[in-house]
Structures are given as structure tokens and as C-alpha cells.
Design a binder for this molecule. Structure first.
Ligand SMILES: *Cc1c(COP(=O)(O)O)cnc(C)c1O
Length: 373
């Protein structure tokens, strides 16, 4: 008999999602406009303390693409982004015909190293390049060092897009990720801490930017009785059905964060003494621990051996993100840093981190790893 699969990060509904989806059906708002969409956007703003403007979109990648367009990123421009990330962060730079400039990680958060960022800005500007935006990423739910990054960005007057796709609800000294930069993006893909089955959002305090994002996301229709266009548009809006799922998920977000953090705590209690070196929060940092991650430096096996062993028991684990500067498709683009991310990729593993992980599943994971040791 095959055992049920333990996923890295599975969707976890709270209960109200279906009610909101049914409401959409009952009122025939089966389109990318409607009450769920508005309520979902309002709930995201409120969650961040209110006063934010939000555009719910078809994906986090679409949100980054629109953010770059809003900042005027064009062919020939450069955009600095974390190399240690998922390709969704930097693909939109290519959509715009701009050049990605990759900056490596710092050791304590695994996110953008502020020193390497400043070195990159100086060097690119020194070469006469136009650096139009910086995209720091809050990977695995751990905030990047935003106070330092914002200080540098302000000094050089370069706008910041926070990629908070994995970090909804994380914070530094109580200030949430997504509220540091000029624009922020979130993802509600099926594997994220909450999901709309597929979706994303763009958030900013600047209403004009967000209004323009909504305009661009709905094919850039000018005010006219007929279809009139004076700029290129996109079909990037979230549907009112998906937003219904998101509305329900926002109601349980803090619960999901507590559950992910408790899973992380369980791993630390059970495996810290077995050579697993877990990513931990620096002073004042609060991670949503979307995924529990560890470096296997002090173990007698490597991350791939562990992954295969878990896979035999139908348990999903995965290496950390492969840095973008090592990806064949981004070969030859500028890179700054000390290769920390290459070390992380070589040594690191993501462990099953579902908020719904139960005692029986934990026991299976524990037994499999202990047997392997
Ligand atoms: C998931 C993710 C994205 C892209 O979000 P999608 O909704 O999947 O398009 C971007 N950046 C990071 C770091 C992500 O994890």
C-alpha cells in the first residue's frame, strides 16, 4: 500500500472560501470584477495597517511585470534583483527587454546583501548604466534587511519593489514586509502560505500607481463608449471567483502563520541536535516560515541523499532555490557578491512545511530521517 504524499506546501482552506465563491455564482459575478475582488483588496490593505492601495492580479509574476512598467523600466535599463530567488522575480525584467543585475545573499537572512547591493549600484552607475529599480526578495518568509536596503536605495534615489511573494505576514520590529519599499508584490499561487489557486497582488501607498496598474491589467482601455487604446495593455486581473478564495484565506492568514511557525519549531526541537542548521530569525525579525529550511553542513549525508530517502517514503523535500546567476538562461548577466547563495544551494534543503501537517505525518518524517541517520 502506498502512503499518502506529504507535500512541501499544500493549499489549506479555512472554510469561508466556498461561501464567497458561492456568492459569486449566486450573484453571477463570474468575471474579473465584482465584490470579492474589492473585499479581497481591502483585506490586504487592512492587514498591512490600512492606507495601502492594492491591485489583485492573475499572478505574482504579473504583479512584478506591472511594477516594472509603472517605474518606466525599458529596453537598455538595468534592474537589480536578488540572485537567490525563484525565476518569477526576474523573468519580468526580461519581458521589458531590460538587463537583470544579480546581487548575492547575506549569511544571516539569506536575502539581498546590502553591501553587495551598494557595490553593484556604484559599479553599474560608474559604467553609465541606468539602474531603474531594486527588487529585494523575502525568501522562505524571512524578511530581507530592509532598513539597510532602503537606506541605500534612498541615497541613490532608486525605487524599490519588494518581492514578498513568500513572506505575507512577516515583519521587522513589527513593520510588515511589503510596507518598506515603493511597491510590493504578493503571490497567491497554490504552494504559498495562502492561495487563490493562482493569483497575486501589487500594493503601494501611492494610489496613482495602483490605479494605473489596474488600468494596465485590464487591457488599458481609455474612457470611451467604444474600445479605445492609447497604450499597450495586459490581461492580468484576478477573477472574482479566485478573489472569493482569497477573501476566505485572508481570514485565516494569521492562523496559517502560527501553524507554519509551529512546524518550524518542531523541526528545530527534533533535528537541531542532528546536524541540521536551520535558518533562524535575527533579532527583531519575524518570519512567516512559509518553508522550513536548513543547511546540512554538520551531517554525514548531503541534501540530495536526504531528498531521495524522503521521496522513497512519498515525502516531498527540495533543494533551496538555484541562484539565478547560475541558471543557463541568465548566463553572462552582471553579478555582485561573494557566492553565499551557491553555498546555500549546495547545502540547503526545504522540508515539508504544510500548515496542515498533523502528528502522524510528523512521525513519518521523524522516523524516516532518524532511520536514515
Ligand atoms: C512564487 C513566487 C513568485 C511568483 O509568483 P507567481 O504567483 O507564481 O507568479 C515570485 N517571486 C517569488 C520569490 C516567488 O516565490
Amino acid at each position: 500500500m502506498t502512503k499518502s504524499r506529504i507535500f512541501l506546501s499544500a493549499p489549506h482552506m479555512g472554510g469561508a472560501e466556498q461561501k464567497y465563491v458561492n456568492e459569486a455564482f449566486d450573484t453571477n459575478w463570474i468575471s474579473p470584477v465584482g465584490p470579492n475582488l474589492q473585499a479581497f483588496e481591502e483585506s490586504i490593505s487592512k492587514y498591512h495597517g490600512g492606507g495601502y492601495h492594492v491591485a489583485a492580479l492573475s499572478s505574482g509574476t504579473a504583479a512584478i511585470h506591472l511594477a516594472l512598467i509603472l517605474l518606466g523600466v525599458e529596453r537598455g535599463d538595468e534592474v537589480i534583483c536578488s540572485t537567490f530567488t525563484f525565476s518569477g522575480t526576474c523573468n519580468p525584467i526580461m519581458y521589458q527587454g531590460a538587463t537583470p543585475v544579480f546581487v548575492d545573499s547575506e549569511k544571516d537572512t539569506w536575502n539581498m546583501n546590502p553591501e553587495a547591493l551598494e557595490e553593484a549600484i556604484k559599479d553599474r552607475q560608474g559604467k553609465g548604466k541606468k539602474v531603474k529599480a531594486i527588487i529585494p526578495v523575502h525568501l522562505y518568509g524571512m524578511p530581507a534587511n530592509m532598513p539597510e536596503i532602503m537606506k541605500i536605495a534612498r541615497e541613490y534615489e532608486i525605487p524599490v519593489i519588494e518581492d514578498a511573494a513568500e513572506a505575507l505576514g512577516a515583519s521587522i520590529k513589527g513593520k510588515k514586509t511589503g510596507t518598506f519599499g515603493d511597491l510590493a508584490i504578493f503571490s497567491f499561487n497554490g504552494n504559498k502560505i495562502i492561495t487563490t489557486s493562482g493569483g497575486g497582488a501589487l500594493m503601494s501607498e501611492d494610489i496613482a500607481l495602483v490605479e494605473k496598474a489596474k488600468f494596465l491589467a485590464t487591457q488599458a482601455r481609455d474612457q470611451a463608449p467604444h474600445y479605445q487604446h492609447s497604450t499597450i495593455g495586459y490581461n492580468y486581473r484576478l477573477s472574482n471567483i479566485s478573489a472569493g478564495i482569497g477573501r476566505g484565506q485572508m481570514e485565516v492568514l494569521d492562523e496559517r502563520i502560527n501553524q507554519r511557525r509551529s512546524v518550524n519549531q518542531w523541526y528545530k526541537e527534533n533535528f537541531s541536535d542532528k546536524g541540521f542548521d536551520f535558518l533562524t530569525e535575527p533579532e527583531g525579525y519575524f518570519s512567516n516560515y512559509w518553508l522550513t529550511t536548513a543547511l546540512l553542513d554538520g551531517t554525514s549525508f548531503d541534501r540530495e541523499e536526504l531528498r531521495i530517502e524522503l521521496e522513497k517514503e512519498n515525502i516531498e523535500a527540495r533543494p533551496l532555490w538555484k541562484p539565478m546567476h547560475l541558471q543557463p538562461v541568465f548566463k553572462g548577466y552582471p553579478y555582485y557578491g561573494d557566492k553565499t547563495s551557491e553555498y546555500l544551494f549546495e547545502k540547503g534543503v526545504c522540508l515539508p512545511s504544510c500548515s496542515s501537517l498533523d502528528e502522524e505525518e510528523k512521525e513519518r518524517i521523524f522516523q524516516t530521517i532518524v532511520r536514515f541517520l
